[in-house]
Ligand binder design. Structure first.
Ligand code: SAM
Length: 416
């Protein structure tokens, strides 16, 4: 395909495939907006972190100075222990691939000009869309942890007509259902508005969520293995010293993830498992030696998420030890009945050197790549898809975690 074609595909789908490589640029806002017809995710909302930073008056020069300071500090204290040395070795192996992917982005002038206009869009809409929650706002996690949690209900504003034939202007009926420890479903072909304690949420078409603590995760296990999930995406709350992370969501020690019933959630024909992980060697070793073996998962490939700013530069120096501008997505296969055949096919079809490039959104928010991953699901038909530790919902997916409605709150959207 011509480069011009790639750009028009990107403008429609939010996904730009660099020619003759496994590098992909994703615009999360464009991808997410395909899930909504009456609402839009605004770039200034999604890229709020970038935006806060503009508001605080930190220009690129300040950032560069901070990064240099960090680098000098790291150099001074550079005496790597055994795990850090191993992490650095992994990094050195991956670095040429990431540099090549970044180089491809810098050469894609058509894409760069669209990214440039995003920059202007964010600037011009600065301050107009995003409404901050009041300081006393109780989070979904807090509500889920109190004794009244079983009594909390969410009201779904469903179309009066049959779910599959929603007509413009049709009237609505309220469906009131328990919010926690309950499968809440929007089975209609359009997004549905919902309300909980004066907070409004937008649920994408044909999506569902189960909001609970890890202790209730076994409730997701299907009655029969043939109705299990064929794609399982997991973004665990890995323990991390960062104070920022602590104030964003609770984290869990590694051993808790061993309890995730991945095998029981998987379809009898097997499942593709995609696990997000940071660059800490401790986590990589735990996954290789304990987590994947205990889940019955065979590692197939590692994808990389390379984080850039709207001007296409990396969000931090590639060699900055504790602030690498990339994260890993480990792809594995959870064995089904036809084991060997499916594993062989997956090993051939899943690329070994995939780099996904995007501008990051809120803290720890991952780019929406569910549809990309669906390409690699084993078997002739796509079974059900589930995201574990989700903070948002996706059409056709089940989202589970202690706050799967987090990014569905109406403040993240504008009405079209
Ligand atoms: N993938 C998400 C995204 O792109 O926004 C980020 C997930 S974040 C790394 C981990 C999530 O796990 C957080 O929402 C956190 O609140 C949730 N979590 C932490 N402890 C939990 C528990 N005990 N049970 C269920 N969810 C938990």
């Amino acid at each position: 395909r011509l480069a011009r074609d790639e750009l028009s595909v990107f403008l429609e789908s939010g996904i730009y495939r660099f020619q003759n490589s496994n590098f992909i640029f994703v615009d999360p806002v464009r991808v997410l907006n395909l899930s909504y017809s009456r609402f839009r995710v605004s770039p200034s909302g999604y890229y709020r972190r970038f935006f806060d930073h503009v508001k605080k008056g930190l220009d690129n020069r300040d950032c560069l100075l901070n990064a240099r300071k960090r680098k000098r500090k790291e150099k001074k204290s550079r005496c790597l222990n055994e795990k850090e040395l191993a992490a650095d070795q992994r990094h050195q192996v991956t670095k040429p691939l990431l540099l090549k992917a970044h180089g491809s982005l810098l050469q894609a002038t058509d894409l760069l000009s669209v990214m440039g206009s995003l920059n202007r869009e964010i600037d011009s809409s600065a301050g107009s869309r995003w409404v901050e929650l009041p300081n006393d706002h109780q989070s979904l996690i807090e509500h889920g942890g109190v004794w009244q949690a079983p009594l909390y209900e969410i009201t779904l504003k469903l179309p009066e007509s049959s779910p599959s034939i929603e007509v413009a202007g049709s009237s609505f009926k309220n469906r009131v259902v328990p919010l926690f420890n309950n499968l809440v479903v929007n089975e209609t072909l359009n997004e549905v508005e919902a309300e909980f304690l004066d907070h409004q949420y937008i649920l994408p078409r044909e999506s569902c969520f189960y909001m609970s603590d890890l202790r209730m995760v076994h409730n997701l296990i299907p009655a029969t293995a043939s109705s299990g999930f064929s794609l399982i995406v997991i973004d665990p709350p890995w323990e991390n010293g960062s104070a920022q992370q602590k104030s964003k969501y609770p984290t869990l020690p590694n051993r808790y993830f061993l309890a995730l019933p991945i095998k029981k959630l998987s379809h009898s024909k097997g499942a593709l498992v995609a696990l997000w992980v940071t660059n800490r060697e401790k986590f990589h070793r735990f996954i290789e030696l304990e987590l994947f073996p205990s889940w019955g998962v065979t590692h197939i490939s590692t994808f990389y998420w390379l984080k850039v700013k709207a001007d296409a530069s990396l969000i931090s120096d590639l060699d900055l030890f504790h602030h690498r501008p990339y994260e890993c997505l480990l792809l594995g296969y959870c064995h089904g009945e036809d084991d060997i055949e499916d594993l062989k096919i997956l090993e051939q079809t899943v690329p070994k050197d995939q780099v996904i490039i995007s501008i990051p959104g809120d803290y720890s928010r991952k780019p929406p790549i569910g549809e990309l991953l669906q390409e690699y699901v084993p078997g002739p038909t796509l079974g059900r898809c589930i995201e574990l530790f989700a903070r948002e919902m996706t059409p056709g997916w089940l989202s589970w975690g202690n706050e799967p409605l987090h990014f569905q709150e109406s403040q993240h959207f504008t009405r079209t």
